[in-house]
Design a protein around this ligand. Structure first.
Ligand SMILES: [Zn+2]
Ligand SMILES: [Zn+2]
Length: 150
């Protein structure tokens, strides 16, 4: 269930970092590009992709960049129950996710109704609700099509 995203050009990545007032560094460009090109990527895969791009980069350096980019709002960190953290560059639209229980594949799902928070709490307890985080769980088409083991 790969979502095909055209690779982001170096120039675009640079301007995304600058728009968030972040210093442009090669690890930041590499991490941002890797997450953009591989939506819902996990940390280990980001490290592998960044190393293919830059050579030796420490785990810690990649963790740090992921944290900085997430705090700056350029990346969104999602962590479905029981799964490792994933990152994506589609931010700020309150989209939801559908997760395969069998293989862990993740796909984007637009807001259930209209815009964020898109779902009305039956009782918001006086809170001003601005976001709904919904995870749909099920079986992806690949897993559904796979022959069941006897
Ligand atoms: Zn699956
Ligand atoms: Zn997503």
């Amino acid at each position: 269930m790969r979502q095909n995203v055209p690779p982001m050009a170096h120039q675009e990545l640079t301007s995304v970092l600058r728009s968030a007032s972040l210093r442009v560094t090669r690890p930041r460009l590499a991490v941002l590009g890797a997450v953009h090109d591989h939506p819902h990527v996990d940390t280990e895969t980001v490290i592998r992709l960044v190393r293919e791009d830059l050579g030796a980069v420490s785990h810690q350096a990649v963790y740090d960049v992921l944290r900085v980019l997430t705090e700056a709002g350029l990346l969104r960190r999602i962590q479905p129950a029981g799964a490792t953290a994933r990152y994506e560059s589609r931010v700020g639209d309150n989209h939801h996710h559908v997760v395969c229980r069998s293989c862990g594949a993740i796909a984007d799902v637009d807001c259930a109704v209209g815009d964020a928070p898109c779902l009305t709490a039956s009782d918001s307890h006086g809170f001003v609700v601005d976001e709904a985080e919904v995870v749909y769980w099920g079986t992806c088409p690949d897993c559904a099509a796979a022959p069941t083991t006897p």
